[in-house]
Design a protein around this ligand. Sequence first.
Ligand code: 5GP
Ligand code: ZN
Length: 117
Amino acid sequence: MVDCVFCRIASHELGSKIVYEDDSIICFHDINPSAPVHILIVPKHHYTDIMELSSDKQAAAEVLGTVMHAIEKVTEITGVDKKGFRIINNCGFNGGQTIPHLHFHLLGGMKLREKLI
Ligand code: 5GP
Ligand code: ZN
């Protein structure tokens, strides 16, 4: 098994501020937030990135379904469903990914700039 910080958070070996969790996904506050609401949506199964997930289309459909469900839950719990939010996935070196375990950033709680980078 890979030594992975998000696997350790998913198994509760490491603590985090959990917003939503079920058998397949865990959502918790980013330790270094970029917005008033910055939640990481993390499928518990270890996929290095979205490209690894997409290599198995059936798994991709299932996992992305759980991500969609988590987005609904987290936006409702945090209240960002009212005014909008942004979902980001960083993939690989050029994408700026620093933790090699598939995750999505949910940012909100303020008016985000329209320019992405
Ligand atoms: P990436 O750059 O891979 O897309 O995003 C990784 C994110 O994970 C960063 O925003 C970083 O602040 C966050 N992060 C890294 N280590 C931890 C941790 O141990 N706990 C939490 N809650 N967030 C972390
Ligand atoms: Zn992992």
